[in-house]
Every structure is written in structure tokens, then in C-alpha cells.
Design a protein around this ligand. Structure first.
Ligand SMILES: Cc1cc2nc3c(=O)[nH]c(=O)nc-3n(C[C@H](O)[C@H](O)[C@H](O)COP(=O)(O)OP(=O)(O)OC[C@H]3O[C@@H](n4cnc5c(N)ncnc54)[C@H](O)[C@@H]3O)c2cc1C
Ligand code: FES
Ligand code: FES
Length: 1359
């Protein structure tokens, strides 16, 4: 059992008024700290260690992870664990050592093997998540070294592959799709099969350990010696009128809490791990912070004969270890052992490891008791009849957990001291002592992600004592606890408990019990998915009781795992060892244009991993820099009468449209299709619209001021807002689609319908929005310069446009503005139009206040203002032959564009480009781009294309269902011939040899073993009741167009090369491809030393005054266009250099690059060349092809969908860099999984986004991606009109994720057919639509919210 590991004994108070800690081995001492300061705020604004990134500020992303190390002076041991620095209070780290990613290694001292392997496994794209990932892995490595496992082979660690994968399960990455990150992590594991590791830069064919950067477990000292000697626990730290106390005894705590002084209005905050602020964002300021962690009674875990007592500040991780370690030798007590271990494994699914390491059990229960937090801990502990001890102003009392939860909320000065779990034996309170009894305990939770960091829709824990009677299994006692389902706190289902006790289990008994459970588990009004949550209660109770029915001998076995029982259930409860089973990447690279075509490591990957890569918010603040935060409207259409701040003194200025200089426009964004105002003027146009920009001395103060600002609205005499597309159509509120953007119809729809044998009329699909979830939120820094000039650093995909918007807003000439962008921490379209107002607001504030102004928009505001993907409503009518051949398709599509045009009028064209992947015979459509009072929707990766491609699949599946045909057959039947492709796509279709889809389709069938797997899926479905599988293979066509792009290449006197391009590095590897292209093209000079040119090329930041007409970085083609622009520059330079080289060669026999350049400079050769690549109009558009097979398994009890395997094949032409393209393919696919399966971007009835953080918006994590992911990049050879025969990869693969959705639909159909048979109905189910995203509630609803009842009913009636 875990011992109380108290830190150093108390020191006299006066010695302890300082905070001493280390960061990456450097000593820090502070004597005055605002106690509300987080470690992240301190590191980012007071140190040079910027690798801790702010991704969410609520513990949900892992970008801010650091390793925290503590020294236990008694045990002489260092304890190391990762924590979220965004939630850790600086005052709480006294005596601790912090290691950030820069501390592992850096450019100066050399990178750590973690950094090198992340780079070499291509595991970093934008790089914003990477330092946090590295720390997560490092923490796992450090702790594995402390285990007593056998020494691993040299270069490996003691980590297992399963632990390696799980180490990053609490970290989000929006770019990579996780597979390469998992490989980088697994490469350290002792049990890794090196052959399983994916594409990397260390070996080409055979995996060799010695080629991996060497891992030395002793390389880093996490706790410096000097700190060991001077550590003192902080007892008090003052800052202005605020103090931090660390009492060392209950007496001290009592006097500090000051029950008597409560009336004086002193705001007291008790603190343990402080993770609670991740959920309940703090807008109050406290006077006294009291750290509870040093009070012995609160931090110990004690075992007695009758119970385990857990101090309230014990962290979840510590408790897990203690419960797992618990070994009660007495045979009689093995039930306790089992119960404690199951509690531990439930706790492992709570939050993420970096939270669990500090989150206390007491803090969790207090949050649940006081603020109705949907706790797992309360539920699990309720099931085992736990008790709590609390200390209030008057007394210390012991209550049952149930009593505690039901009490009125604890006041802020009452303290939860401990929690006790009573043992079942030997005291056996309430349990019979019959020898043929058995205790069963199970816990359950259904949440969007299996491995946690997702609150449960419902959690449950059941404890029963059963015995075998003459007629079967009798329930002697039972405790059924449920929580997190939209109820104030965990409850025990007493109605069902009472009903079951003393009864013999039977089908009928379970049927009655599950019917009753719906009364006990009934979510309160306003809870999302109430029926789903109640149905989960039914499922879990069924899962608990069902294995006990009708299975002889089960009761006497310890785990109830006789095979017969297991196969009837949805899950086998066996611990899965690894999250990902395997992955394969096949690349066919071409060496024709070396180093173009090589899978070289992404430029800057190592500095991204170490966290030294500079993002906009990492640029040090200039002197007197202020910070801004947006105040946005919460009403869709209202007059703004005024804005009232909570405290005027915290703010320097509130900037509104009134501050726009004379002659300037109220403009925040522009496209060729229109503009959007920077701030609402008289009227707000949507909820989420910018109204003002609060400017303060720190980002925290600005955020707080904006968050607490009260806006006074007036809606009198205003028309009601337009909130639906139907209302927009009714009021003719539409954006015009210019004729050149309106797609062309194909053929004659009436004729096509006349040729059909069957018709389906007016079927409807609705598609929702999606949020970008770039890991770096919107950010900019504006610095006023001399002579009315301004320099703006912006994280933007379109600096040229921001430049022009700023100039128009400030009414200054464009040459007064300079926008600089070095790198963007994830864009996906969201940093295009939507980044302009952020840059412009900073520029306006800086212009007004005559000082630098920056902003880093917090996640909530970002989510509310972002707009995201276009929601739409589609109606279709189809005509088709009896064999499934489509003769005509008509679509009526209403696109919700929001308040301003943005790029919305482009959507029809984009949608059609991807929808036309099948030969629909005749195709007609009517698009309406609706202007509504919603935030304007913008481009998001594959904007329109993903919806178009999905609609085509929905049509195919509808026909297949109608005709009872295999959807795969209908797909193939309607594939294009090259002639029909040409008819639908015109010149974009290219040459017949470029139509690679049919070949890829067949290739994929073979490589994925498709036919065999279809059979296996069928067999599985026949043999399993509660799990059904589905498999689907889909093709994609995605047309892109290449746009004009500038480039500039300059050779410096030492032979190094500087390149500027119009495109922006977003993580998509643009710089890497550009570098390769420059090296390839310059090597045409053919002198010595050009083979090392790649190392000599640096691509530099985009600067709108240095490179004009930079254009958009979007549409997947910027990399190739930028490469082509560079190629043109290099050609010019080569031409200028070749004659000189020849001359020198004649003179000296051989010439190397450096000499050539030196001579060229001396002879005044112009060593800089600019270009503007303009693609030919006849070949600027082309089609990308791909295909994917996905296989899924749906759990019919919970609605969970597991993606078992995906096989993809994608035509990259001759890839410019297969590693980069592979990353784009996998990353896009996983983002597509998010759209189709997980991400709900919901608004309230007024259009205000309500899903506004990591708690509610669930992007894929490592535990939700395909367990097996196989990707083949096809090299389809020569393409004469493409840049070195390459094709795009950024967006099209996202469309392939529809294969997961289609496979899910197939599995659900199986479930529904089974349900029909339970209902006693014949035939096949006619389900047509599966919503996007197909979340657990959606899937379960289609599988039958009452499927358990129907099943039991069917059994009951058949017997
Ligand atoms: C990202 C994330 C995901 C999470 N997911 C889950 C989940 O899936 N399931 C789940 O059950 N929980 C989840 N949690 C909640 C987590 O368990 C709690 O935040 C944590 O246990 C609180 O403990 P703490 O020590 O950090 O409390 P603190 O944040 O320090 O305190 C929380 C509150 O309790 C008060 N308090 C703390 N200790 C005491 C005490 N001893 N006596 C009186 N008052 C006290 C504090 O004043 C404060 O008001 C999650 C949290 C995060 C951040
Ligand atoms: S920023 Fe701390 S977890 Fe996201
Ligand atoms: S590389 Fe992970 S978020 Fe961009």
C-alpha cells in the first residue's frame, strides 16, 4: 500500500516567503507572485522557454505539457510526472523542477533522440502540438526506467509499445492523424517489432536499430542537485493584497480558512491540483489561496482492517497505483482486491494522465457536490458505499457519500478531509455470509473517446452479491450507481435495486429491471441526448446481469468468462494491449528529379519538436505591448446600446468601429466576392460577431475583461433574424453566385428521368458545420512603425489580403503596411479569411493607442467566432434503371453561408467537382447560397468537395437500398468511362492515361483483400448479437486548380540560398518541397558541390512588401505552384551562371558551387531572380483520384463505432515528397473521420456556438483512428501539364473518410435487420440516411434505443 510521502518538514514561516524552482536546470526565485498565475503564463511570458503551447487552457489538449519533478527528501527519490502547465498554479511548484521540450535538447546543445525521432518519423507537421507530445513521451520513458523490468537492449527503453502509444492519448494533433507520432513513440519500446515501424528517414528497407538516433536514458537529469538542498515548502507568498498559503496541519488550516472572518468578504480558495479551473473557468479573483496538499491527514492513503481511507488531496494517479498494488493476501478478501482493481481501471479512463497526476479525489468530489460536475469518481465510489469526512466551521463529520452528495453545496471554507472505501469482508456490512455466494463488481462508461479525456454520456458501477439457488442465480444484494447523465450528482437506482433483491435471475426479471431503470435514470430537462443516456443505463444493466443468466457454473468462476457468455455480449472486457494494431505505407518514389521525389524530413521538424520554432505568439512582446480580446455579440440581430465592463480600471481601451480613422473603412476581411465588417456597427449581424476589442496590459486581463463585459442590446422594432436556410429563401436573402463560378449542368435531366425504370423524389440530407480546431488559435501582433507605417505579424494563410484590409481600415497607403508570416500552427482554411479581422483589430488598436498590440484569441472565443464549414440542406431526385444504372440526378441545395459572402459563392463549383465522380447520366441542380444571421462560414479543408462527394455516396447507397443491391456493385456500375469523365469535367479530365481511378479501384480490392473480408464480416455478423461489422469501399475524384504564384530565389555570397514564395508554411510541407525544388533546379548548373545544395537552401517568412501578389495558400496546389515559381527563378539563375561556370572550368579544370558564386558576385552577376508563375488556362485544372476501404465494428449497446481497418490508395502523380504527401493523406483522412463521425459544432437557437472547447468538441485522438491504417501512394508516372508530374495531396484524401461513414451505415443495417427479426417482422430494413457526424447517440438511436428490451421480449415470447 502506498505510503504517505510527505515532503520536507515544516520550516519557520519567515524563511519561506519565496518561491524557488528550476526550469530546464535553471534556478528561479520569486518573492512576489500573483497566486492566480499559471505555470504556462509564467513560462511563456517570463522565460525564454516557449515550447509550452497554449492550445486550449482547459487541460484538454496536452500542448502545454511539462514534466514536473519533485524530490522526496525522506525516500531520497525523485518523482517525475507530466502536468498541464495551463492549469498548474505557479505557487504550487515550489521546490519542483520543470522540464520542457527545450530542456530535453535544442539546436545549441543538440537535439534529444525524441526530437530526432519525431522528425525522422515525419511526426510533426505544423509543429504546434509536437513539444507537448515529446514531453508526454519523455514522461513515460522516465517513469518506465524506474520500473523493475528487465534491462532493455541498448538504445531501447523499458517502455512497452502499448504504454508508448498511450503516453500520447491525452494529446491532440490536428495535422498528422497520429500514426507517425505513434511510430515515433513506439520506436523507444523494448517490445517493439522494428519492422512494424512506419516510413521514416532512418532506413529505407530493413529496419536497423543502430540507424535510429540513440536513446540514452541517463541523458537528462530531471531534478537538479542544487534544488535538493534548498527546497522548503512554501507557507506564505504575498503579492499586493493576495496571498498563497501552504498550511502544514489541520490547525493551521482552520485558522487560515478563518471561519470567523468569512463575513469580511475575504475571498478564499482551497486548492489541491487546481484542475477544476479547466472546467469551471475562473472569473473571480481570490484574496487567499490555501494549498491543501501539505496537510498530512489530507494526503495519505491508509489501510485498516475494515477500509481504505484516502486523503482528499491524493491524486487520481496515486490512487490508481495504490489500488493496483493492493494485495490482500487473505483469500476471503479477494473480492475486495477485485473491486479495488476495477475501480483503478475505471479511474484510468478519467481525463488524461497529465490531469490525473495532479487532480485530487477530493477536488473531484467537491466539484461534483458543489457544482454538479459529471464525475466518474462519485459514481464508482457510490457503488461501493464509500464515506467521506468533512470539516466545517463547527465540526468534523462523517457522512455516507450519498448523504454528502445530497447535502446543500459545501461552502467555500468547508474542507473535505478524506474518503473511505469499506471492505466487503470481513466486516461484510449488509452482505450475507453464505459460502456459495459471489461478489460481482463492474464499472461502465460510454464516452466519445474510449481512453478518456471525454466526459461520459453515462457512467455506472454495479456491485452485487449473488448466490446459486435451486432455480438459478439469486441476487442477494445489489447496488446500482449511475452518474454523468444530466443529473445533479451520481445516484443509486433504488427502485431497481429493491426490485431485484432476493429474486432469481431470469429473462423476464431482467426485462422488468431494464424497463424500471429508465425511471431511475432519467436526465434532467435540457440535457443533450436524454433518451440515449437512459438507453445506456439499460444496456449497462443488461451487460451486467445477462452473463449470469442461463450459464451453469458461471457464478463459481471468478470472472464469468466462459466463451459462450462472452460471445453474446458487446464487449469482452479483456484489456486491449495496443491501440493501433499495425500500419503499412507503400510509396513509389521517383528519383528522376533528385532530391525532388525523396521522402526527406520536413524542414524545421526538429526545432518544432524542441519547441524552438517561433510561432506568432512566441515572438517576444515589444516594449509597452498591450493585449486585446474580442467582445462578441450573443444576439443574432440587435442594436448594441452599450458595453459595460466589470472593472474599467483593468482595461486600457475598448476599440470599436468608432475608432476607425477618418476615411478608413469598417472592414475586417475581404475576398473577391465581398467584404465583412471588422466590428458590428449599428446592428449586430450574428451571434459571435465582433463588437469590440478590449485592450489591457496582459492577455489574461484582456480576456477577463472581454469575458465579463455586459453588452446592452435592443431588438425593438427589428425584423426577426434569419436563422434557417428556409427563412433565407423565403425572404430572398441570398448571395449571388457569379456566372463564372456557377457549375454547368450535364445532359438533359427530363430525358434522363424518362429513361429511368425507378425514381426517388425529394430525398433529404442535412450536413452540419465543422470547426477547424487548428491547435494554434488565431493570433497577431501589430507594431506601429515610423511615418505612419505598421508591421503586423499574423498567423494567416493570406497575408496579401490582410495587408490590403489593414490599409483600407486604417486609411493608409498599402506601402505603409507590412504583414509578416513565418509559420502557421495549423490552418485548414480557418486562417485564411478568418485571420484577417484578427490582424486588422490588432493593427487598429495599435494605430489608435500608438503602441504594439497583440492578441492570442482564446479557444472559446475562437470557436464562437470561427464560422467553420458550411452547413447545408440537400434535396435530391434520382432516376435509375432496374440494374442500378443512374440515368438522372437533380439536386436542390441550400447552403448556409452566414452573414457575409466570404468564399461561399465558390461552394457550388467545389461541390459539383467532387460530386460528379459517378456518371449520373444527366445532372441538374439548383444552388442557393443563403445569407443568414449566422457567423459567416468559410473555407475548411475540402470546402464543398467533402459534402459533394458524400452526397454522391448517399445517392448510390439510396439506390442500392431501394433495389436491394450491393452498394459496391452500384458504384462500379456508375463509374465514369473516360468519355463520360470528359463530358462531366471537360478539359480537367486530362488525358485518358491520367484517369487512374479504375486501376486503383481494382488494385485496392486486391491489396485490401476486399472479397475475403466481406465474407468474414458476414460471418461475424451472423455469430454476434451485440456487435456488428460493416465494410465499404469508395472512390473519390477531386478537381483542383493551380493559381498564379510568385517566387524569388537569391544566392548569397557564401553560396547559401534564400527562397521566398507566395505560399505559407502551415505544416503541409510547402517549404520542404520548395527546398527540394530549388536544390534540384540549381543543380542544373552542374558543378561540384551541388549535391549538398538542399542543406544550403532556406525558405524564409512571407513578407508582403518583399513579395507582392502572394495570393492564397489554399486549394491543395500552393506547394506545387510555389515550386514552379521557384523553378522559374532557378532556371534564370542557372542560365546566368552556366556560361561563367564553363569559363571557370576551362581555366581551372573543376568548379565548385562556392567558388562559382564567389566569382559570380565579383563579376556582378545578378544573383537574385524573381518570377510570377501563371499556369496556362487550359491545364490549370486537374483531377485527383483515390479510393479507400474501411471496416468498422459497431457496439449495439452503446453506439460506439470502432474503425478496425482502413486501406487507402491515392494518386500523387510523381510525388514531390512522398513523406510529406503521406502525412497529408493520413492527416486529411483523420480530419475527415472527425467530420463524419465525431465533431458536433452546435449552436443555440440564436446561432451562438455552444460547443466551445475541448470538453464538448471532440476531434479524433489516437484511440479513435483506424486500428490498422494502410496507405499506398501511387506513382502514376508522367503528367505533362503538372509540376514535375506531381499532383496535390492536401485536401482530397479527406473525402475518403466517407468510407468509414458508409461502413458504419452497413453495420447499422445489420443491426436493424436483427432488430426487425426480434420484433417478429420479416424483410430487410429500409434505413436510408445516417446523420453526419455519426456520433454514438446517432448510431445507437438507429440500432434501436430499445433494442435490449426487444431482444429480451423476443426471448421471452419464444420461450
Ligand atoms: C481535462 C479534464 C478532464 C476531466 N475528465 C474527467 C472525467 O472524465 N471524469 C471525472 O470524474 N472527472 C474528470 N475531470 C475532473 C477532475 O477529476 C477534477 O478536475 C479533479 O479531480 C479536481 O481535483 P483538483 O485537485 O484539481 O481540484 P481543484 O481544482 O484544486 O479544486 C476543485 C474545487 O474543489 C475545491 N476543493 C478541492 N479540494 C478540496 C477539499 N479537500 N475540500 C474542500 N474543497 C476542495 C476547490 O476549492 C475547488 O473549488 C477532468 C478534469 C479535466 C481538467
Ligand atoms: S493548453 Fe493546457 S491542456 Fe491544452
Ligand atoms: S502537427 Fe500536430 S497539430 Fe499540427
Amino acid at each position: 500500500m502506498q505510503q504517505d510521502t510527505q515532503l520536507t518538514p515544516p520550516q519557520p514561516m519567515e524563511q519561506n516567503q519565496r518561491l524557488v524552482f528550476a526550469v530546464n536546470g535553471e534556478r528561479f526565485e520569486l518573492s512576489s507572485v500573483d497566486p492566480s498565475t499559471t505555470l504556462l503564463q509564467f513560462l511563456r511570458s517570463h522565460t525564454r522557454f516557449k515550447s509550452v503551447k497554449l492550445g486550449c487552457g482547459e487541460g484538454g489538449c496536452g500542448a502545454c505539457n511539462v514534466l514536473l519533478s519533485k524530490f522526496d527528501s525522506k525516500l531520497k527519490q525523485v518523482e517525475d510526472y507530466k502536468v498541464s502547465s495551463c492549469l498548474t498554479l505557479l505557487c504550487s511548484i515550489n521546490g519542483c523542477s520543470i522540464t520542457t521540450s527545450e530542456g530535453l535538447g535544442n539546436i545549441k546543445d543538440g537535439f534529444h533522440s525524441i526530437h530526432q525521432r519525431f522528425a525522422g518519423f515525419h511526426a510533426s507537421q505544423c509543429g504546434f502540438c509536437t513539444p507537448g507530445m515529446c514531453i508526454s513521451l519523455f514522461s513515460a520513458l522516465v517513469n518506465s526506467e524506474k520500473t523493475h523490468r528487465p534491462e532493455p537492449a541498448l538504445g531501447f527503453s523499458k517502455l512497452t509499445t502499448s504504454e508508448a502509444e498511450k503516453s500520447i492519448s491525452g494529446n491532440l494533433c490536428r495535422c498528422t492523424g497520429y500514426r507517425p507520432i505513434a511510430d515515433a513513440c513506439k520506436s523507444f519500446a523494448a517490445d517493439v517489432d522494428m519492422e512494424d515501424l512506419g516510413l521514416n528517414s532512418f532506413w529505407k528497407k530493413d529496419a536497423k536499430l543502430q540507424e535510429l538516433p540513440f536513446y540514452d536514458s541517463k541523458q537528462i537529469t530531471t531534478y537538479p542537485e542544487f534544488l535538493k538542498n534548498e527546497y522548503k515548502s512554501t507557507t506564505v507568498l504575498n503579492h499586493k493584497n493576495k496571498s498563497w498559503y501552504s498550511p502544514l496541519s489541520l490547525e493551521e488550516l482552520r485558522s487560515l480558512v478563518g471561519y470567523d472572518s468569512a463575513e469580511n468578504g475575504v475571498m478564499v480558495k482551497l486548492v489541491a491540483g487546481n484542475t477544476g479551473i479547466g472546467y469551471y473557468k475562473e472569473t473571480d479573483r481570490y484574496d487567499k489561496y490555501i494549498d491543501l496538499r501539505f496537510i498530512p491527514e489530507l494526503s495519505a492513503i491508509k489501510k485498516t482492517d475494515s477500509q481504505i481511507e484516502i486523503g482528499a488531496t491524493v491524486s487520481i494517479s496515486k490512487l490508481i497505483v495504490a489500488l493496483k498494488e493492493e494485495k490482500i493476501d487473505d483469500d476471503l478478501c479477494s473480492d475486495d482486491d477485485m473491486v479495488l482493481k476495477k475501480i483503478a481501471s475505471h479511474l484510468e479512463k478519467i481525463a488524461s494522465e497529465s490531469i490525473r497526476n495532479v487532480a485530487s479525489i477530493g477536488g473531484n468530489l467537491v466539484m461534483s457536490q458543489r457544482k454538479n460536475f459529471p464525475s466518474d469518481i462519485a459514481t464508482v465510489l457510490l457503488a461501493v458505499s464509500s464515506k467521506v469526512t468533512i470539516l466545517t466551521a463547527v465540526k468534523k463529520e462523517i457522512l455516507t457519500l450519498e448523504e454528502f452528495l445530497k447535502k446543500p453545496p459545501l461552502d467555500s471554507r468547508s474542507v473535505l478531509l478524506s474518503i473511505s472505501i469499506p471492505f466487503l469482508k470481513p466486516t461484510k456490512n449488509g452482505y450475507s455470509e453464505k459460502s456459495n455466494t459471489k461478489v460481482i463488481f463492474k464499472t461502465f462508461r460510454a464516452s466519445p473517446r474510449p481512453l478518456g479525456n471525454a466526459l461520459a454520456y453515462l457512467n455506472a458501477a454495479f456491485l452485487a452479491e449473488i448466490s446459486v439457488g435451486d432455480t438459478g442465480v439469486v441476487i442477494d444484494s445489489i447496488r446500482l450507481a449511475f452518474g454523468s447523465f444530466g443529473v445533479k450528482h451520481a445516484i443509486s437506482a433504488s427502485t431497481v435495486e429493491n426490485y431485484l433483491v432476493g429474486k432469481t435471475l431470469s429473462v423476464d426479471l431482467i426485462y422488468e429491471a431494464v424497463k424500471l431503470i429508465r425511471y431511475d435514470v432519467s436526465p434532467e430537462n435540457g440535457t443533450s441526448h436524454p433518451a440515449y443516456r437512459s438507453s445506456l443505463a439499460v444496456s449497462f444493466l443488461f451487460e451486467f446481469l445477462w452473463p449470469l443468466v442461463d450459464t451453469d457454473g458461471c457464478v463459481n468462476t471468478s470472472t464469468c468468462t466462459s466463451p459462450g457468455v462472452v460471445s453474446r455480449m458487446a464487449s469482452d472486457h479483456s484489456e486491449t494491449t495496443t491501440l493501433l494494431s499495425s500500419a503499412k505505407q507503400v510509396i513509389e518514389s521517383s528519383h528522376e528529379h533528385y532530391p525532388v521525389g525523396e521522402p526527406i524530413v520536413k524542414s524545421g521538424a526538429a526545432i518544432q519538436a524542441s519547441g524552438e520554432a517561433v510561432f506568432v505568439d512566441d515572438i517576444p512582446s515589444p516594449l509597452n505591448c498591450l493585449h486585446g480580446a474580442f467582445i462578441y455579440s450573443t444576439k443574432p440581430l440587435a442594436r448594441v446600446k452599450g458595453i459595460k465592463l466589470k472593472s474599467e480600471k483593468d482595461v486600457n481601451s475598448v476599440v470599436t468601429f468608432h475608432d476607425i480613422p477618418n476615411g478608413g473603412d469598417n472592414i475586417g476581411a475581404k475576398t473577391i466576392l465581398g467584404t465583412e465588417p471588422l466590428f458590428a456597427d449599428e446592428l449586430t449581424q450574428c451571434a459571435g460577431q465582433r463588437i469590440a476589442f478590449a485592450v489591457a496590459d496582459t492577455q489574461k486581463n484582456a480576456d477577463m475583461a472581454a469575458e465579463t463585459a455586459m453588452v446592452d442590446y435592443d431588438t425593438e422594432d427589428l425584423e426577426p433574424p434569419i436563422l434557417t436556410v428556409e427563412q433565407a429563401v423565403e425572404k430572398s436573402s441570398l448571395f449571388e453566385v457569379p456566372p463564372f463560378l456557377y457549375p454547368s449542368q450535364v445532359g438533359d435531366f427530363s430525358k434522363g428521368m424518362a429513361e429511368s425504370d425507378h425514381q426517388i423524389h425529394s430525398a433529404e440530407i442535412q450536413l452540419p458545420s465543422q470547426y477547424y480546431f487548428y491547435m494554434e488559435t488565431q493570433t497577431a501582433l501589430a507594431v506601429p512603425d515610423e511615418d505612419n507605417c505598421i508591421v503586423v505579424y499574423s498567423s494567416i494563410q493570406v497575408p496579401e489580403f490582410a495587408h490590403s484590409v489593414i490599409s483600407r481600415c486604417l486609411n493608409i497607403p498599402e506601402h505603409n503596411v507590412r504583414v509578416i508570416t513565418r509559420r502557421v500552427g495549423g490552418g485548414f482554411g480557418g486562417k485564411a479569411i478568418k485571420a484577417m479581422p484578427v490582424a486588422t483589430a490588432c493593427a487598429l488598436a495599435a494605430y489608435k493607442l500608438r503602441c504594439p498590440v497583440r492578441t492570442y484569441v482564446n479557444r472559446k472565443t475562437d470557436m464562437i467566432m470561427a464560422g467553420g464549414r458550411h452547413p447545408m440542406k440537400i434535396n435530391y431526385t434520382i432516376g435509375f434503371k432496374s440494374n442500378g444504372k443512374i440515368t438522372a440526378l437533380h439536386l436542390d441545395i441550400l447552403i448556409n453561408a452566414g452573414m457575409s459572402p466570404d468564399i461561399s459563392p465558390v461552394l457550388p463549383l467545389n461541390m459539383m467537382c467532387a460530386l460528379k465522380k459517378y456518371n449520373f447520366g444527366a445532372l441538374s441542380f439548383d444552388f442557393k447560397v443563403c445569407k443568414t444571421n449566422h457567423s459567416s462560414k468559410s473555407a475548411m479543408r475540402a470546402p464543398g468537395e467533402v459534402q459533394g462527394s458524400f452526397i454522391a455516396e448517399a445517392v448510390i447507397e439510396h439506390i442500392a437500398c431501394y433495389l436491394s443491391l450491393d452498394p459496391g456493385f452500384v458504384r462500379e456500375l456508375n463509374f465514369h468511362s473516360f468519355d463520360s469523365l470528359r463530358l462531366f469535367y471537360g478539359v480537367g479530365a486530362g488525358e485518358p492515361s491520367e484517369y487512374t481511378l479504375p486501376t486503383m479501384w481494382d488494385k485496392l480490392m486486391k491489396s485490401s483483400n476486399f472479397d475475403y473480408r466481406v465474407e468474414t464480416v458476414d460471418k461475424f455478423n451472423k455469430n454476434n448479437i451485440w456487435r456488428k461489422k460493416g465494410i465499404s469501399r469508395i472512390p473519390i475524384l477531386h478537381e483542383v486548380s493551380v493559381r498564379p504564384t510568385p517566387g524569388k530565389v537569391s544566392i548569397l555570397p557564401d553560396g547559401s540560398v534564400v527562397v521566398e514564395v507566395g505560399g505559407i508554411e502551415l505544416g503541409q510541407g510547402l517549404w520542404t518541397k520548395v527546398k527540394q525544388m530549388a536544390a534540384y533546379c540549381l543543380s542544373a548548373v552542374q558543378c561540384d558541390g551541388t549535391d549538398g545544395l538542399l542543406e544550403k537552401v532556406r525558405v524564409i517568412q512571407a513578407d508582403t512588401l518583399s513579395m507582392v501578389q502572394g495570393g492564397f495558400t489554399s486549394g491543395s496546389t500552393t506547394s506545387e505552384a510555389s515550386c514552379q515559381a521557384v523553378r522559374l527563378c532557378c532556371n534564370v539563375l542557372v542560365e546566368r551562371l552556366v556560361s561563367l561556370k564553363e569559363k571557370l572550368k576551362e581555366q581551372t579544370g573543376s568548379v565548385n558551387w562556392e567558388l562559382l558564386i564567389m566569382q559570380a558576385k565579383m563579376q556582378s552577376v545578378n544573383l537574385s531572380a524573381s518570377s510570377f508563375f501563371v499556369p496556362e488556362s487550359t491545364s490549370m485544372r486537374y483531377i485527383n483520384y483515390g479510393a479507400a476501404v474501411s471496416e468498422v465494428e459497431v457496439n449495439l449497446l452503446t453506439g460506439e463505432t470502432k474503425i478496425l481497418q482502413t486501406d487507402m490508395i491515392y494518386d500523387c502523380g510523381q510525388s514531390l515528397n512522398p513523406a510529406v504527401d503521406l502525412g497529408q493523406i493520413e492527416g486529411a483522412f483523420v480530419q475527415g473521420i472527425g467530420f463524419f463521425m465525431l465533431e458536433e459544432y452546435l449552436t443555440n437557437s440564436e446561432g451562438l456556438v455552444v460547443v466551445d472547447g475541448t470538453w464538448t468538441y471532440k476531434i479524433p485522438t489516437i484511440d479513435t483512428i483506424p486500428k490498422q491504417l494502410n496507405v499506398q501512394i501511387l506513382n502514376s508516372g508522367h503528367h505533362k501539364n503538372r509540376v514535375l508530374s506531381s499532383k496535390a495531396s492536401g485536401e482530397p484524401p479527406l473525402l475518403l473518410a466517407a468510407s468509414v461513414h458508409c461502413a458504419t451505415r452497413a453495420a447499422i443495417k445489420e443491426a436493424r435487420n436483427q432488430l426487425l427479426s426480434w420484433k417478429g417482422l420479416d424483410g430487410s430494413d429500409s434505413m436510408i440516411q445516417l446523420d453526419v457526424p455519426a456520433t454514438m447517440p446517432v448510431v445507437k438511436t438507429l440500432c434501436g434505443l430499445n433494442n435490449v428490451e426487444f431482444y429480451l421480449q423476443s426471448l421471452s415470447s419464444s420461450s
